[in-house]
Design a protein around this ligand. Structure first.
Ligand SMILES: O=C1O[C@H](COP(=O)(O)O)[C@@H](O)[C@H](O)[C@H]1O
Length: 259
């Protein structure tokens, strides 16, 4: 696992932009497209800042984008992870192809009661379609997952002690009792996240400093971020600022290779 800490948010953004560009280059050389899962929360703004410095060397029309998790709300709702990414990324940087940005199907929102399982199943079908020609059909293999880590150690919409942590069949699962609102969401499951070729957690701010030693240093932790981090440590990078990393043992920190 590579854990990087930077003195300020702008340095986290710059490094993340360089890291994503290198993963994009690798994917393009390998199969001519870049499959990526994005999170909501604090991630999209940091990512947008980093990518704005790389945009002249990236063809965003080659990006095939899913959401690591999504709230079951209209796409224009302020709680929608898509809406957030659209505002800071898709509407700002040039070249994204709308058909390659995979949103939940909002036709299910008209149903009463809401069938969140149907939302998850439909989203899984989109994954099946996009990854159908890839070498694996058992589990989609994303080039990159960009994740957050909440102050409770949750990531995607995988929350501590939740039964979804044991899901080992579905690629996409619904959650109807999310402890963080809104309650109804879908999430990629742990098998999908841990099969990605690279996973980056992006986490900043003092509110995260108590949970990070548990997630990163405690090898017995069952927190969702820890389970993912430990599954394939060689594929995992953490991008932190010094506020977030303040309580980590300094021996876990690495020097960011692109500087
Ligand atoms: O609810 C969510 O929270 C996590 C963490 O958000 P952050 O603001 O603490 O970075 C986020 O990764 C996820 O996509 C989102 O739905």
């Amino acid at each position: 696992m590579s854990v990087y800490s930077f003195s300020e948010g702008s340095s986290v953004a710059k490094a993340l932009g360089q890291y994503v560009k290198s993963k994009y280059d690798t994917a393009m050389a390998k199969h001519g497209r870049f499959t990526l899962a994005l999170s909501g929360g604090s991630l999209p703004k940091v990512l947008a800042e980093g990518l704005s410095q790389q945009k002249d060397n990236i063809d965003f029309s080659k990006w095939e984008i899913f959401f690591a998790d999504e709230r079951i709300v209209p796409l224009e709702d302020e709680n929608s992870n898509y809406a957030l990414c659209k505002e800071v990324l898709f509407d700002v940087l040039p070249g994204f192809v709308p058909e390659q940005i995979h949103t939940i199907d909002t036709k299910f929102l008209k149903q009463n009661p809401l069938d969140s399982q149907a939302v998850a199943d439909e989203y899984e079908k989109q994954l099946v379609h996009v990854f159908a020609n890839a070498s694996t059909v058992k589990v989609p293999v994303f080039d990159l997952m960009l994740l957050g880590c909440g102050p409770d150690g949750h990531t995607c919409s995988l929350f501590p002690d939740h039964e979804l942590l044991d899901e080992d069949v579905a690629w996409v699962a619904p959650i109807t009792d999310s402890p963080k609102p809104p309650k109804e969401r879908i999430t990629l499951t742990i098998p999908v996240v841990t099969h990605a070729l690279s996973v980056a957690f992006v986490t900043t701010g003092a509110a995260k400093q108590d949970i990070l030693p548990v997630v990163i240093e405690d090898t017995t932790s069952k927190l969702p971020s820890a389970l993912i981090s430990r599954a394939h440590p060689d594929r995992i990078s953490w991008f932190l600022d010094d506020d977030a990393s303040a309580k980590l043992d300094k021996s876990v920190l690495r020097v960011f290779p692109f500087q």
